[in-house]
Design a protein around this ligand. Structure first.
Ligand code: NAD
Length: 510
């Protein structure tokens, strides 16, 4: 099967979502240039993959230094092409990457060291797993964290010894241009880090170009298409998809902490975070003390153009389509009886701004509760018990993140363990996205597999099992040819001893 490109435009023209001003443009790739990029990566990978892990880590530490030296440029880029407030540019786009590079530079040798497997029965043999690069890894990225998301995957794939071809979002290709330049200046071989640009069809062409692994971050709808393409080609993939994170504010919560956390978790990046709080479940005993205060704080959030001012809390939505989706979800909720406690409207003027919004009197038949919003809207529901809060939290086809607020550590963990989400945080929000040592991945339709963490790095490698003789002088095994009738009673006795007499329990994996 091969993929043809539908788009006819030759370039992606990027205009600021905050003020409409032209920011820059990149050429759209063709099927041929995508194949050429994968070919270059394929040719460059063996040399990079053959370097010792320590040597690769040294290069990646130089990448960290380059990013550190160019922090302002990265933040500026994210403000211009993505409308991201500078604080968030620093925290979410720069610091997260520096942390990831630091963790894997220190730990990759340990993580990718051969792992021995203690043998239970076959004591005469020894097993271990060795981790080898997969080859060429395709990273397909969304627009909401144009540096951290695409390049988190790029960095991990390089640590693991792969070459990478990145397809950034068509809405934020400029950040990827900058970061590729910095990676190469730091010493990553030019061939081993390719960037291809364009719409979804360029992503599809990339998957079709003979890559060995796909890491996709994006919507559930696209994720299903990408997973199907990978299935067709039988290539492994990781799917990081949408979220609908519930936050449960229990009756014993520290309300001040919960307030700050819900505010940040609901409205950071204008709510365009897969881990954003998209459903707020407040216990009836604290509802009246909590919700009016939240509304006051939301009303005080400052919305604006990050390229013009650093004193803003929220930027715009990424494009007109996203703005229309958010407005339609709020309209649907209001038509079905929700109350707009604050916000609830577009902000006039240039740019795709939507007022930070809190909805109350929200019911489960509303789209705002059931579909990913990806905007600055927090719908609130009152719950009367812990059981009801857990039931409601789990009533979603998505399961990426969830948050629980309670003063009791044991209650927090008890509730967290009953919520079906890839990560549940107690008394905090969003933060583990920056903790590279912890796994990041969704359950249910939020995805397949994980990124970050030791397991995520190993996932970017082929795990090859080697089994060899611990007792080299054994000339034959009992169960080999020739099959002889005289051996059958012996085999039966052995099986009975192992599994019928309890003797087998004496064997331990060691
Ligand atoms: P999207 O699915 O529209 O696009 C993501 C990427 O896939 C883009 O680069 C796009 O060009 C490409 N693409 C589109 N069609 C394709 C196809 N048929 N084959 C291959 N590639 C294709 O998503 P988006 O709007 O860019 O991002 C927002 C979504 O991403 C939200 O749903 C959000 O929850 C999700 N997201 C998830 C995580 C996570 O870690 N789970 C992180 C960030 C964003």
């Amino acid at each position: 099967m091969s993929v043809a490109l539908a788009s006819e435009a030759a370039t992606l023209r990027i205009c600021s979502p905050a003020n409409g001003e032209f920011v820059g443009e990149v050429e759209i790739d063709t099927v041929e240039s995508v194949r050429a990029a994968v070919g270059k990566a394929r040719n460059g990978q063996p040399e990079w993959g053959a370097r010792s892990i320590r040597e690769r880590c040294e290069v990646m530490l130089r990448v960290r230094q380059k990013l550190l030296e160019n922090t302002d440029l990265i933040v500026e880029n994210a403000a211009k092409e993505n409308g991201k407030p500078r604080h968030e540019g620093l925290l979410h786009e720069v610091m997260t990457q520096l942390e990831l590079l630091t963790y894997f530079a220190a730990e990759s040798e340990r993580i990718l060291a051969p792992q021995s497997i203690p043998m239970r029965l076959l004591k005469q043999r020894t097993s271990y797993i060795q981790y080898q690069p997969r080859g060429v890894v395709a990273i397909i990225a969304p627009w909401n964290f144009p540096n951290h998301l695409g390049f988190g995957g790029v960095a991990m794939a390089l640590f693991a010894g792969n070459a990478v071809v990145l397809k950034p979002s068509e809405f934020t290709p400029l950040s990827a241009q900058l970061l590729r330049r910095l990676y190469i200046e730091a010493g990553v071989p030019e061939a081993c880090l390719q960037v291809v640009n364009g719409y979804g069809d360029v992503g599809a062409a990339l998957i079709d170009s003979g890559v060995d692994f796909v890491e996709f971050t994006g919507s559930v709808a696209t994720g299903k298409k990408v997973a199907a393409m990978c299935g067709e080609r039988l290539i492994p993939c990781v799917m990081e998809l949408g979220g609908k994170a519930p936050a449960l504010v229990m009756d014993d919560a520290n309300l001040d902490r919960a307030l700050g956390a819900v505010l940040w978790g609901g409205f950071a990046n204008a709510g365009q975070v897969c881990a954003s709080i998209e459903r707020l479940l407040v216990h009836e005993k604290v509802y009246d003390a909590f919700v009016p205060k939240l509304v006051e704080r939301v009303k005080a959030l400052r919305v604006g153009d990050a390229s013009a001012s650093s004193d803003i809390d929220l930027g715009p939505l990424v494009n007109r389509r996203q703005l229309d989706i958010v407005a339609a979800l709020v309209e649907d909720a209001v038509a079905k009886g929700a109350t707009v406690a604050c916000g609830g409207h577009r902000i006039e003027g240039p740019g795709f701004f939507y007022a930070p919004t809190v909805l109350t009197n929200v019911t489960t038949d509303m789209d705002i509760v059931n579909r990913e919003t990806f905007g600055p809207v927090v719908p609130v529901m009152k719950v009367s018990s812990e059981a009801e809060a857990i039931l409601e939290a789990n009533r979603s086809h998505l399961g990426l993140l969830a948050y629980v607020f309670t003063r009791s550590g044991s209650r927090g963990r008890r509730i967290a363990e009953q919520i079906r989400a890839g990560t549940v945080m107690v008394n905090d929000v969003l933060a583990t996205a920056a903790a590279a040592e912890t796994p990041w991945g969704g359950l249910k339709q939020s995805g397949l597999g994980i990124t970050h963490s030791d397991e995520g790095l190993r996932g970017l490698c082929e795990a090859r099992h080697i089994n060899y003789d611990a007792v080299p002088w054994l000339s034959r095994e009992l169960w080999w040819f020739p099959y002889e009738a005289k051996n059958l009673p012996l085999l039966r006795r052995l099986i009975n001893l192992l599994y019928g007499s309890g003797l087998g329990r004496l064997f331990k994996a060691s």
